[in-house]
Design a protein around this ligand. Structure first.
Ligand SMILES: Nc1ncnc2c1ncn2[C@@H]1O[C@H](COP(=O)(O)OP(=O)(O)O)[C@@H](O)[C@H]1O
Ligand SMILES: O=P(O)(O)OC[C@H]1O[C@@](CO)(OP(=O)(O)O)[C@@H](O)[C@@H]1O
Length: 797
């Protein structure tokens, strides 16, 4: 390399090099697999640069740890000292003495050529113990420009550089991390010591599924649900208060020339369940869907910016767009669109089951899964409606119904405010009696015609609400109520005619203990909820009694589903020995739903998510690649092993999952006692032609790509690489397997992949995924269990 390089024992070029220009660049490496205590290799020698044979000055030339067993030092020899005598010595990490100098004669480097062939260094330790290192010495003549470039790269990345092929420029001090490696004290064993708060938006507390659902618009507009409904706040528009606005629209639509493509208008609904496309209206002109993400796979001249312009329009302006999905989901959607009947464009999953059978829990989980896959899905919880004093009051007094409802619809006041509006119309005593009545189980009795009527009214209103939401572009509505009589279900089927396909999802449980546990859990959650907000059961005992009576009332009239398309989940809590029965189910999405439900269960277990230890590319700010881990990454690997062994010490069936890239495999290396599984699906987002570049380099050399990604990171696909949506698609089997596993799993993966996995558990909208904070050297523990998902974080370094 360079102008005139010399290698070990290459004497032929000696002499000519002095005149060859440039400077002598020396790289020394020592390797030993049998590390001894805390001895750090150093160099000292004849030139002032290497301490003028003063071992105390050799501290400036301590070698740096390149990997666990390799030490490295490189330096530039000034032109007037091109004859260099030197030796290696070992110094204890803490304190200067005693040093151990290598045995044998001095090593000599003349004009870049090493004299002799000593390729090992022997050190005599106390008690005549001999320690031998393998030695690699390389000297090259490099131009000042190359040196400067190498130095600059080093300064930028804080890591040795090989710019223009020169070896490395390094600093003469061991890194902090290397110092830490030997220190047992740093491997703190008290795992609670490392707990850090989860980000505020995460579900770190127990999650009550019923409270996570959205409020029907007819209520939302009144302001009755003014408390926990984040759905009513920033993430939802005024017009469509209940529906998620996270409909980025994931596909570019290419229509034949003749068929005029009109974006934002002429929406054609897909025949697949829950899919829509911005295609032309004309019958017979079928568009061609190209799942391109944003960005262009073309290398010569990128058209990503124009593709982006189209996609942005789809995402922000068009109401009805393809699901924000790629791959199989999109393919299934397109296929169903071509083949399915008209009403199959929308799917209603109608829950059926007695109280405390896990309906709301299952509905919330299914909503989370479908949204994560990119389907516009919404959970309509009729029970939540019934829980509103105000709304029940409206319905029970049907004579006042329409008048009061008008007031409610136009009202924007809070619960208290709305109640006051009511009392202005109703006599105050009547209002209080009404509230008393709906607070008892009588309201749910099969012998109480007023109660039945009121509940049917609420269900019909919620169904109406769901259908209007679908007409505006919603794809999958999850209709959550007991729906326990055939009459009620017939009413719903009638309402759905020509609007959407209905699948009943019945949850059955024959285990009295589980039902008892569920009741207690529900009453407790409702009581907790009542502390902050007005609700039915502020007192546990009263609530428990009321719930039991209410349950008996339902049991008397309950009619299991035997009609239409249905999925029955029977005793599926443990995931062991339960049953799923399906009837008349077809299509891509219904198939996926069945598959998902077959694999879910409630066995409590933790899932630990972590990125690999810091990689060499992370240090340099380079993306992708398959680099090894840095010193600090190695330290994390040790700490992680320690943590996992303690955290999962009684979990014999736990397993460790890594990607196929060495930074995750190396991070898992020190963990003992558990099987390790490599998953290709867990590999980092494929950055295609940008692999190995820094973000700065991409910005400089491929500004269009850089800008496209910045504008729409979720859908941007690296040329010849992947988008976040692609990553989500390939992670679906991982999610299913995580749901299915009953033992703990440690997932050691990468930034983008973990963002996507975490978003599933934390129920974060698709558009947030690429921006979720996913720090290095931190473990996110997801606790799965009967109350849903909880999160805890540990920062080990
Ligand atoms: N398939 C199921 N069978 C029985 N219990 C379940 C099932 N799925 C979840 N659960 C449990 O039931 C509890 C109460 O569930 P919830 O969804 O509130 O009941 P429901 O909506 O039927 O009244 C949940 O916290 C969960 O622990
Ligand atoms: O989507 P962005 O924010 O670029 O994050 C993904 C990037 O994270 C990195 C680190 O920058 O992951 P990793 O730590 O697994 O190497 C890159 O390899 C990867 O391209």
């Amino acid at each position: 390399m360079g102008t005139a390089a010399s290698t070990n024992a290459d004497t032929s070029s000696h002499g000519s090099e002095d005149h060859a220009g440039g400077q002598l660049y020396v790289s020394l490496k020592m390797e030993n697999y049998r590390l001894k205590g805390e001895l750090v290799p150093h160099v000292y020698g004849s030139a002032p640069l290497v301490g003028s044979w003063d071992s105390s000055k050799a501290v400036r030339l301590s070698m740096e740890r390149e990997s666990t067993f390799m030490w490295e030092l490189s330096f530039v020899v000034p032109p007037n000292h091109e004859t260099l005598d030197f030796k290696f010595l070992l110094k204890p990490k803490h304190g200067n003495v005693p040093c151990v100098v290598e045995e044998g004669p001095n090593r000599q480097l003349i004009g870049g050529t090493l004299q002799g062939d000593q390729d090992s260094a022997m050190f005599k330790l106390s008690g005549d113990e001999i320690l031998e290192y393998k030695v690699f010495i390389k000297a090259d003549r490099v131009s000042p420009f190359d040196l400067a470039a190498s130095w600059r790269a080093y300064q930028e990345n804080f890591q040795r550089s090989t710019v223009r092929g020169i070896p490395d420029v390094s600093i003469a001090s061991a890194t902090e991390a290397a110092n830490e490696i030997g220190s047992q004290a740093s491997l703190e064993l008290d795992i609670e010591h490392y707990v850090v708060p989860a980000p505020s938006s995460a579900n770190s507390g127990p999650v009550y599924a019923a409270n996570m659902t959205e409020t029907p618009r007819s209520l939302a507009r009144t302001g009755v649900f003014s408390r926990n409904d984040s759905s009513l706040g920033s993430s939802h528009s005024q017009k469509d208060l209940g529906a998620s606005v996270d409909r980025p629209g994931g596909m570019e639509v290419i229509a034949p020339e003749t068929a005029k493509l009109s974006l934002g208008s002429g929406l054609v609904e897909s025949k697949s369940v829950g899919t829509f496309s911005n295609m032309q209206k004309q019958e017979g002109h079928r568009g061609l869907f190209v799942d391109r993400g944003v960005g262009s796979p073309r290398l010569m001249k990128s058209s990503s910016s124009s593709a982006f312009a189209v996609d942005v329009k789809l995402g922000s302006e068009a109401k009805n767009s393809m699901p924000a999905a790629a791959g199989a989901v999109a393919a299934g959607a397109v296929a169903d669109q071509m083949l399915g009947p008209k009403e199959d464009r929308h799917l209603a999953i109608v829950l059926v089951g007695l109280p405390a059978r896990g309906k709301t829990f299952t509905a919330a989980k299914l909503t989370r899964y479908l949204r994560w896959l990119g389907h516009d899905t919404k959970h309509f919880n009729v029970g939540k409606v019934i829980d509103s004093l105000f709304f029940i009051s409206l319905l029970l007094f049907s004579c006042y119904y329409s008048r009061v409802r008008d007031i409610a619809v136009n009202s924007v006041c809070s619960i208290e405010g709305s109640s006051m509006e009511l009392t202005r119309i109703l006599n105050y005593d009547t209002y209080l009696t009404l509230i008393d009545m709906m607070q008892t189980a009588d309201f749910f009795s099969g012998d109480n015609p007023e109660g039945i009527e009121a509940r049917n009214e609420v269900a019909a209103l919620a169904m109406e609400d769901m259908i209007s939401w679908m007409q505006e572009g919603g794809q999958v509505g999850i209709f959550d109520a007991t729906n326990s009589t055939r009459k009620r279900r017939n009413m719903l089927m009638k309402m759905a005619e020509g609007e959407c396909k209905i699948i009943f999802l019945e949850t059955l449980c024959n285990d009295r203990n589980i039902i008892e546990r569920n009741i207690r859990l529900k009453v407790q959650q409702s009581a907790d909820y009542a502390e902050e907000y007005d609700a039915r059961w502020p007192d546990f005992e009263a609530g428990y009694h009321d719930f039991k009576v209410r349950l008996e009332n339902y049991e008397k009239v309950y009619e299991p589903v035997e009609e239409g398309s249905y999925i029955k989940m029977i005793d599926m809590v443990s995931g062991n020995g339960g049953q799923i029965q399906v009837n008349n189910i077809s299509g891509y999405l219904p198939g996926r739903i069945v598959f998902f439900l077959v694999n879910t269960h409630l066995t409590p277990r933790p899932i630990l998510l972590t990125r690999h230890g810091e990689s060499r590319y992370n240090v340099r700010g380079r993306i992708g690649g398959d680099s090894a881990i840095s010193d600090s990454g190695e330290l994390y690997a040790k700490k992680l092993a320690n943590f996992v062994e303690r955290r999962l010490k009684n979990e014999k069936a736990a397993s460790i999952w890594t990607s196929t890239l060495q930074r995750t495999i190396l991070t898992a290396g020190p963990i003992g006692g558990f099987p390790k599984i490599q998953w290709r699906a867990l590999d980092e987002i494929n950055s295609g032609v940008c692999d190995g570049m820094t973000y700065e380099e991409i910005k400089k050399n491929m500004p269009e790509e850089y800008e496209s990604r910045k504008k729409d990171k979720l859908r941007y696909r690296y040329p010849r690489g992947e988008s976040y949506l692609d990553v989500i698609q390939r992670l679906e089997p991982v999610i299913i397997e995580l749901e299915r596993q009953r033992a703990p799993v440690v997932v050691i993966s990468h930034q983008a992949v973990l963002r996507a996995l975490y978003a599933y558990f934390a129920d974060r909208p698709l558009k947030e995924i690429p921006h979720i904070e996913m720090p290095l050297h931190t473990i996110i523990e997801i606790q799965m269990g009967v109350t849903g998902v909880q999160e805890k974080r540990y920062k080990l370094m």
